[in-house]
Ligand binder design. Structure first.
Ligand code: PMP
Length: 397
């Protein structure tokens, strides 16, 4: 028998979401998540995946995954600290450290897990965290879990960060202070002002924590935002995901040996959740190998990003201030943004609408994620659909 309280809670809240048009209906793919996808039998140009380099469907990764599953089976069988650490996990961590130019690295089951793990392993209720107001949900949850005081600063506003860091330091209330930022902000495609953040961190003795989920594989010739700015020895925690540019699943922290040693004994998802599967790990190792040996995919991603941006701008769309291949197409009104995305879908482009509360009210946008795997022909077709729908809806002259 189900609880009446639960039933009431669920139906009230589900009805509320549905009535506001905020209930997200999930469309399962009938194809790989590549540059073209199939949903309900319909073929669409895919501009909504984080598979930046097209590696999710790369044959070299698939072969590595199959070989690892044949050799080690499909599951790691235990948490890392019992006997779930395969030699493959160690190789992956060494590979990540060399990719990020740090002393060591630790892998987790996801980027989300990684932020839950790392922040709370180091920070606690006597500490404070300065967090960019647009940081990812997993950073927010990781901060909450740590029980540290969370001090939000205005997005990429260095004066606000400096002022708040100064107040926190001078209050004498906190034992440790940390500043956390995304490397690349995924809704607008802007890059964190890391050199200035590091300067403030040095001035007020803040630990530095950069979640580079959207920068790895994309900036710094692939090595990420920290490398892009030449700050590898100035950032304490370099966080990344293995699910976006790397194309598989998992997350990691790269940093000094002592930090990684500590996370291995104190971060709870490492201690209490089963390790990544052999196939995932082998595919990740192969992906990083590819990135270390060639910038071809990285260069293609940027070329495609620039092509799409130029095309949308020439049509007259507002594409915001993105500094990366992430290309928002800002429509403004929430209903109109949803309608625009729906019409794109009907015409053959999958580009999700992103509206309040994910972004500020009145800044609804269709977000485009071009990848290295798109062909010019696909992008041209997407642009002509954008033009058709934009004119039809009166968004373009
Ligand atoms: N951090 C940021 C900045 C992200 O954008 C995401 C993914 N949406 C994550 C962490 C979580 O990564 P994962 O999907 O690997 O859990």
């Amino acid at each position: 028998m189900s609880s009446r309280t639960l039933d009431q809670f669920l139906s009230e809240n589900l009805d509320d979401l549905k009535s506001k048009g905020l209930y997200n209906v999930i469309d399962p793919l009938q194809s790989p998540n590549g540059p073209m996808i199939t949903i309900s039998g319909k073929e669409l140009i895919n501009l909504s995946s984080n598979n930046y380099l097209g590696l999710a469907t790369d044959q070299r990764l698939i072969d590595a995954a199959v070989a690892a599953a044949q050799k080690y089976g499909v599951g790691a069988g235990a948490v890392r600290t019992i006997n779930g650490t395969l030699e493959l996990h160690v190789r992956l961590e060494e590979k990540i450290a060399s990719f990020k130019q740090t002393e060591a690295a630790i892998a987790y089951q996801s980027g989300f897990n990684c932020n839950m793990a790392a922040i709370s392993a180091v920070m606690d209720k006597e500490d404070a965290i300065l967090s960019d107001e647009l940081n990812h949900a997993s950073i927010i949850d990781g901060c909450r879990l740590s029980r540290a005081q969370i001090i939000r600063f205005n997005h990429s506003d260095i004066d606000d960060l400096r002022q708040k860091a100064k107040e926190a330091k001078e209050s004498g209330k906190y034992k440790k202070l940390m500043v956390i930022t995304d490397g690349v902000f995924s809704m607008d495609g802007d890059i964190a002002k890391l050199p200035e953040i590091v300067e403030v961190a040095e001035e007020f003795d803040l630990m530095t924590y950069v979640d580079d989920a959207h920068g790895s594989g994309v900036l710094g010739k692939g090595a990420g935002t920290v490398k892009h700015f030449g700050l590898s020895d100035k950032v304490d925690f370099q966080i990344g995901t293995l699910s976006k540019a790397i194309g598989v699943v998992g997350g990691y922290v790269a940093g000094r040996q002592q930090l990684i040693d500590w996370l291995k004994v104190r971060s709870r998802p490492f201690l209490f959740s089963t390790a990544l599967t052999p196939a995932d790990v082998a595919a990740c190792i192969t992906a990083i190998d590819i990135l270390q040996n060639s910038t071809e995919l990285h260069d293609k991603l940027w070329a495609n990003g620039d092509y799409l941006k130029k095309g949308l701008k020439a049509l007259g769309f507002n594409i915001g201030e993105s500094e990366t291949p992430i290309t928002p197409c800002i429509i403004g009104d929430e209903q109109q943004t949803q309608q625009f995305s729906k019409r794109l879908y009907e015409e053959g482009v999958y580009a999700k609408a992103i509206v309040f509360p994910t972004v500020a009210k009145g800044t609804g946008r269709v977000r485009n994620m071009p990848t290295a795997a798109h062909t010019t022909e696909m992008l041209d077709r997407a642009l002509s659909i954008y033009e058709k729908v934009g004119k039809e809806m009166g968004l373009l002259k």
